[in-house]
Design a protein around this ligand. Sequence first.
Ligand code: PLP
Length: 433
Amino acid sequence: MSSNFNTKRIHNGYRPREFNYSATVPIFQNVAFDLKNTNRASQVVHGELPGAFMYSRVANPTVDVFEKRINDLDGGVGAVAVSSGMAAITYAILNVAEGGGHIIAPLDIYGAALDEFRTLFPKFGINFDFVDNINDLEKVKKLIKPDTKAIYAESVSNPITNVADVSALATLAHTNQIPLIIDNTFPTSYLFNPIKFGADIVVYSSTKGISGHGNVVSGLIVDGGNFNWTKEKFPQFFEEEITLKKSGRKEFNFAEVFGKTAFIQRLRTKYLRLMGAVLDPFAAYLDLLGLETISERIDKEVETGLKIADYLGSNQHVKRVFHSGLLNTNQKNLVKKYFPKGIGTIFSFELAGNKKNVEKLLNNVKLFTYLPNVGDNRSLIVNPSEVTHREIPEEERKKQNISDTLIRLSIGLEDVNDLIQDLSQAINKAFEE
Ligand code: PLP
């Protein structure tokens, strides 16, 4: 197979000859697979027939193509697709820190993730320390404790577009024998490859730019395969595992049976199989369909987004534009290093007014759709403080620049002049007496 992104996104993970020469990936809308006879059944349940399927909660051929394709695009050793981005985050965190532990994350992450980290995971013995700026390495370093199990960050943050210094964070994490988990939802595999820069685990909400059409909720976890899981810190990978037990095998824990793929194999067996946030085959089909045009979509959306950001920067009613791709912040060098093709299709701006002006603007857009999603072909608009980031306490939101007058845009494939015209008329209406 080719090593070029544009070829891989269409062909990898799929061999038509194994599917009656169907040119596109078929939808396997079935629950289970004929085991044929007891001999074969024994081989399948013991994982001795690579590629054999048994039950769609654990693996399904359509979902499998999606997993393999994203894994190849990200340069991992294995991927698991799940039913949402939140499920991807949840399983990744549990698989590293189950039974208790500590994780360091920035405050400017997706609201539901922050809410989960702050209010739910502590009830499972997983506690977080949050930092204002994840690139403040001295501060992050000071927070690392003996029970720290990971550093977590978004490659491009939602909604302010802060860029994480992934290489530096990976070095810090590895020096302390902990993995780096990166949520790469905003840039997608097309604009950024966290594993290449040292990240160990990558999570996605493929609900966004990967599927790209606003028609499927889904997520993925990709394992970079380079992290050295130690028995002392991550005993779960060394526990005896009943599903790996078979005659002739002396050790049957994930670390020894799977080596480099221990993390992702365990995630499938212990989390997907037992907790069951499985991706539906039709959803995987929609993800695959969207993925086929990702490069063209994102290239155009990045270009349009920069033009709109420029326009907003010159609008008298706009106080500030948060788009690190404009190269006008102290993150300029990070953006140049990690995002030569652009940071993505999502950015925010602060209106020079009050909540009432924001409401009027939102009630007057005609082309932009007012909803809490991103990465769609349609351009989208939302007020994070009231919708996507409402879970974050006001004081903290404000520290992260998520003020009541912040508006987030996700740029789609419409004509750039029409989009500017729409924003312009809505902003004017927002300030009419
Ligand atoms: N990660 C980021 C950066 C997000 O923006 C979102 C959703 O907006 C998620 C994860 C969660 O994704 P999902 O809605 O697919 O659960």
